[in-house]
Design a protein around this ligand. Structure first.
Ligand SMILES: Nc1nc2c(c(=O)[nH]1)N[C@H]1C(S)=C(S)[C@@H](COP(=O)(O)O)O[C@H]1N2
Ligand SMILES: [Mo]
Length: 428
């Protein structure tokens, strides 16, 4: 930092740099912030400083500024036959922190997103209950409610990568995930209201949950989970659910595969056995190497991915300070640590967690390095509170073969080149 550069800084910024340099701290930050000489953005008065901006009523409900128009959901056209029964992907390569804004959170529909008014919402609880009930939206609002941040990951996330590196971008390899703060009523409360206590021994019972869309997306959930942490949610990130995420009410099944998070929730039946619907037999089961399928693989095991640098988020500067960042999560509890390697797994460094891991929620990690400009084989590896360590692709294939689609939680590799571009690769 030269003295000339210093004059371009605000007094507080100048004090910060001096202070931290004295402490030997922010040398990297200083190196990263070289001010240009004769930069017109510094030396000339800009339009925005001479005219007036928009009034407060210009956008009653705000959208992202136009310069961020690449931070959008995208789909992979060849993946599904049409956009009705389809999926799109969260732009995780461009987000930071952990909360996914609803406007760019991936969507998965089996028969399209439906538009239902709150007034037309009805939720029935029937089956092996004392008192079958029908709730209106207004009824739901009168039960004590809770707030929790949880990730929702489609079991098919990373499913295209089983046979080899396929899709060039974290959005496409890992973007079937979102993480929101949900407000809702515990399913337990509603089941108790329907007189579930009278059923007697509950451990072998199930609930069959159904949506109001044509697909109905019915799934069986064991009673133990239903009474544990499942939420009947009507708000996400503080506001009403978006139509595409199940407005007005969806089920939140923490840590378990997204398919069970029934949207446009309409019916919950207490049964004495699993229904074995289409969504839990021909779909959302894992085909093994010998052609047999295993079912009831509900939990999303620990997983992580470097979101930047990555194919859609290349390094745009030369050597020097580089922030490597990504996301980690586990359906079995909190993330306790993330390791990052830049040399394809020969050596690992402990990443810094932005906050201590929270149960069944995304955790942001950072590794701040001094990049020497040489190529990297970048990977991250998650650890969760059960002691589980995210497996390599080879380890996963040893158990599962290559016929699977769902539940691919293997370690992802990005080949970062000297020019800063990154590519999806597989290393053995
Ligand atoms: N009613 C209904 N619920 C549904 C689906 C659906 O098609 N209909 N899709 C399921 C699947 S496969 C997933 S991964 C999640 C996706 O939730 P999202 O669209 O909010 O991302 O919703 C689940 N709930
Ligand atoms: Mo899904």
């Amino acid at each position: 930092m030269s003295n000339e550069d210093d004059t371009a800084l605000t007094p507080s910024r100048r004090a910060f740099l001096k202070g931290s340099a004295a402490a030997g701290g922010a040398l990297m930050a200083a190196g990263a912030a070289q001010a240009q000489e004769a930069d017109p953005l510094i030396t000339e008065v800009q339009d925005w400083a001479t005219g007036l901006g928009d009034g407060v009523d210009a956008t009653p409900y705000g959208l992202p500024i136009e310069y961020e128009d690449d931070v959008v959901r995208r789909n992979v056209p060849w993946l599904t036959a049409d956009p009705i029964s389809s999926i799109n992907f969260t732009p995780i390569h461009a987000l930071d922190g952990t909360i996914t804004p609803q406007g760019c959170a991936f969507e998965r529909h089996h028969s399209g997103a439906i538009s239902m008014r709150k007034e037309d919402f009805r939720l029935m609880i029937n089956g092996l209950v004392d008192k079958p009930l029908v709730f209106t939206y207004a009824d739901l609002e009168r039960f004590p409610r809770e707030n929790h941040v949880y990730f929702c990951e489609c079991a098919a996330n990373t499913g295209m990568e089983w046979a080899g590196a396929q899709l060039n971008g974290a959005q496409f390899t890992h973007g079937m995930i979102h993480n929101m703060e949900y407000t809702g009523v515990p399913l337990r409360t509603l089941l108790q209201e329907a007189g579930l206590d009278a059923v007697g021994e509950l451990s072998d019972k199930w609930v069959y949950v159904e949506g109001a869309d044509a697909s109905s997306n019915g799934r069986s959930i064991p009673m133990e989970k239903a009474l544990d942490d499942v939420l009947v949610a009507f708000k996400a990130n503080g506001e009403a659910l978006r139509m595409e995420h199940g407005y007005p009410v969806r089920l939140v099944v923490p840590g378990w595969e997204g398919n069970m998070w029934v949207k446009w929730l309409r019916r919950i039946e207490v049964t004495d056995q699993a229904v074995e619907s289409r969504e839990e037999t021909s779909k959302y089961t894992d085909t093994l190497a010998d052609g047999t399928s295993r079912k009831w693989t509900w939990v999303m095991d620990a997983k992580s991915v470097v979101t930047s640098p990555s194919p859609q988020s290349p390094i745009t500067h030369g050597q020097g300070p580089l922030v490597i960042t990504g996301l980690a999560w586990s359906g079995n509890g909190a993330i306790t640590g993330v390791d990052v390697t830049t040399d394809g797994g020969m050596t690992w460094q402990k990443a810094r967690l932005a906050k201590p891991g929270e149960k069944m929620a995304l955790t942001r990690f950072y590794l701040d390095i001094d990049w020497d400009g040489s190529e990297m084989l970048l990977q991250s590896r998650a650890h969760d509170e059960t002691g589980y360590v995210q497996p390599t692709k080879t380890q996963l294939r040893e158990v599962r073969g290559e016929n699977s689609v769902y539940h691919n939680n293997c370690i992802q590799t990005w080949h970062v080149k000297e020019n800063g571009e990154a590519e999806n690769v597989e290393i053995s």
